[in-house]
Design a protein around this ligand. Structure first.
Ligand code: DC
Length: 223
């Protein structure tokens, strides 16, 4: 096999609603294929918390971002990339809690917040490649439709609301999934959608091992 085929760097867009199984699936794929993982939900959570800590409401965010520069940078931890907002890193427990679950969608629907993150996110495949990874899996709501429209593989995970709510509760998280679903899928800019050409998988009907196997088969066919 020619060298460039062995070394093909794979970009994977993994979209789905809250609780659809994106993180668990992404971690399993990253372990298996030595890919880098980007959880873009954490990006929106980090920006939201940064603004909340400054008492900037969603209504005042546009004016704030026009007058105050926000620098975004990345740090790698094992195979996950974490975002720093003006040099500040927030822990998972600061970002994944009831308050942030409630607030994040109101910031994530703002065009100014999305365009700030879009430019940063589009540079991450190169970041992963330069670190020697074999590919990147980026998960979120608009990855296949907006962030990486030319991704080698697009996956859309979904499951019934009850299944997703049950997952959150068993993870010990209080999450108003149905109201977030509503805001995330009806906003004007980059709503949650199953992108054209995506492999759509109902994770409520399959065990995680089967989901990972289906995606692995798709990846193998690209190599
Ligand atoms: O995946 P998550 O639940 O951590 O995402 C938190 C919020 O961030 C979600 O309610 C909507 C927003 N989000 C987004 O708008 N676009 C993405 N690509 C990822 C997340």
């Amino acid at each position: 096999m020619p060298v460039n085929e062995i070394n093909k760097y794979i970009t994977i867009a993994l979209d789905g609603a809250a609780g659809s199984g994106k993180s668990t699936t992404a971690h399993a794929i990253c372990e298996k294929f030595k890919y880098i993982h980007v959880d873009t939900g954490l990006h929106y959570r980090a920006i939201s918390l940064y603004l909340l800590n400054l008492n900037i409401s969603p209504e005042n965010t546009s004016a704030y971002l026009q007058s105050s520069p926000v620098f975004l940078s990345s740090e790698l931890d094992k195979f996950s990339v974490y975002l720093y907002v003006n040099g500040i890193h927030y822990s998972k427990s600061e970002l994944r809690n009831e308050r942030m679950n409630r607030e994040v969608s109101y910031y994530a629907r703002l065009p100014e917040v999305r365009s700030l993150l879009l430019n940063y996110q589009r540079d991450l495949p190169v970041f992963g490649k330069n670190l020697g990874f074999s590919g990147i899996i980026m998960d979120g709501r608009d990855i296949g439709s907006v962030v990486l429209p030319d991704a080698d593989l697009k996956i859309y995970l979904h499951a019934d609301l009850q299944v997703r709510q049950h997952r959150r509760l068993s993870d010990g998280e209080h999450d108003s999934i149905s109201s977030r679903d509503q805001i995330d899928s009806t906003r004007k800019v980059a709503p949650l959608t199953c992108p054209d050409g995506a492999l759509s998988i109902d994770t409520g009907k399959l065990p995680i091992q089967k989901v990972v196997q289906l995606i692995s088969n798709e990846i193998t066919s690209l190599l």
